[in-house]
Design a protein around this ligand. Structure first.
Ligand SMILES: C[S@@+](CC[C@H](N)C(=O)[O-])C[C@H]1O[C@@H](n2cnc3c(N)ncnc32)[C@H](O)[C@@H]1O
Length: 347
């Protein structure tokens, strides 16, 4: 492995992969919703008015407005009022003399445009990677039951962690953790990264079958199985194990809706000792929900194929505080990722 100073920055490659569905959402918004013409006719509107007027579900609308704001098309006021920028007014409103409406319409038959339009309307995720597996087993979470699919996804998660893991470890190196619980830890690559700088510490990966099997295999192959064990279980139906002073959620919360995110933070709060740490490593949206563009794009992929999205730093800070955590801070890492850190009170 090259030393960090020798690694060419792969941020663009993460952004291209993670943002793969984003242009299709813009096409869906311009053509199938005619969002920009509708807002222009209404004048400044609230999200609730757009949701009711265009029959779009709250979660995908939030993702769309964040993406529109990051592209410089939507003004998103702190009050929640939404209006168009000059760029959107001139180029994306149907009857503007400069309108690109027809240009975008020429690509509206792309399959992903139809899938994203369905998600906007129903809030139900589409098939992972738009695969034609058919039936109700097509969702990302259900497909993880399949051993081959689970192995492929675990390899994917592991591959991105080679670059992201050390950066996360550096960002939280000041936290005096002795035992790390990597919740939904996949191959355990982030637990290993955090443990590399803490020679006396140990770790546990919590994973559901059959990913747990893939995780054990990879940890053993890398010689980490003496310091990191894998606990098989369901993070939503089983309590999280006690005895760990740092709980890591790496790119896990973005797969889930608000009730389940709140459930997980509550479960961590219950299992952590006083003074313990919760770390959420992810591609977060800024608190004002106007960027960064790369994460607004990634949020479209998550909206397409899961019940989640890229959560904003503000939303997560609120959920963490509601769960009882304090001392919430944010540390940026690499490839548009960062770590939201929160602490269970000492008393
Ligand atoms: C998007 S991956 C993130 C993996 C890794 N933490 C990372 O940063 O790449 C989400 C992980 O959560 C795990 N997971 C999903 N549902 C779960 C459940 N109900 N119980 C335990 N693990 C679950 C999946 O198996 C998967 O490895």
């Amino acid at each position: 492995m090259s030393s960090p100073s020798e690694i060419a920055d792969p941020t663009t490659l993460y952004q291209v992969r993670d943002g793969v569905y984003a242009p299709d959402l813009l096409i869906a918004a311009v053509v199938n919703l005619d969002l920009f013409t509708w807002i222009e006719r209404q004048g400044p509107v609230t999200e609730a008015q757009i949701s009711a007027g265009l029959e779009v579900a709250t979660r995908p609308l939030d993702v769309l407005l964040t993406y529109g704001a990051a592209l410089g098309l939507i003004e998103r006021q702190p009050s929640g009022v939404i209006s168009l920028t000059d760029l959107a007014r001139q180029q994306l409103v149907a009857d503007s003399p400069l309108s690109l409406h027809a240009y975008y319409a020429s690509l509206a038959e792309r399959p992903a445009v139809g899938e994203l339009t369905d998600v906007l309307r129903t809030d139900r995720p589409a098939a992972w990677a738009s695969a034609r597996t058919g039936g109700s087993g097509a969702g990302w979470s259900q497909r993880l039951d399949d051993v081959e699919f689970a192995r492929g996804i675990t390899a994917a998660m592991d591959a991105r962690g080679v670059f992201l893991g050390p950066a996360l470890a550096a960002a939280v190196s000041d936290l005096p953790a002795t035992s790390i619980l990597d919740v939904g830890g996949s191959s355990g690559i982030y637990a290993c990264s955090l443990l590399a700088g803490r020679p006396a510490a140990r770790g546990t990966v919590v994973e559901r079958p059959p990913v747990d099997v893939a995780a054990r295999l990879l940890l053993a192959e890398r010689g980490w199985d003496s310091r990191v064990d894998v606990r098989s279980g369901d993070i939503f139906t089983d309590p999280l194990p006690q005895g760990h002073d740092l709980h890591l959620y790496s790119q896990v919360l973005h797969d889930w809706d608000e009730p389940r995110v709140r459930h997980l933070l509550g479960a961590s709060y219950a299992a952590l000792p006083p003074g313990g740490w919760m770390v959420d490593h992810d591609a977060h949206i800024d608190a004002d929900k106007r960027g960064p563009l790369a994460n607004a794009e990634y949020s479209v992929l998550l909206m397409h194929s899961t019940v989640g999205k890229c959560w904003s730093i503000g939303e997560l800070a609120l959920f963490a505080a509601d769960a009882g955590f304090e001392n919430v801070s944010y540390r940026r890492t690499v490839a548009h990722r960062g770590a939201l850190v929160a602490q269970k009170p000492l008393t």
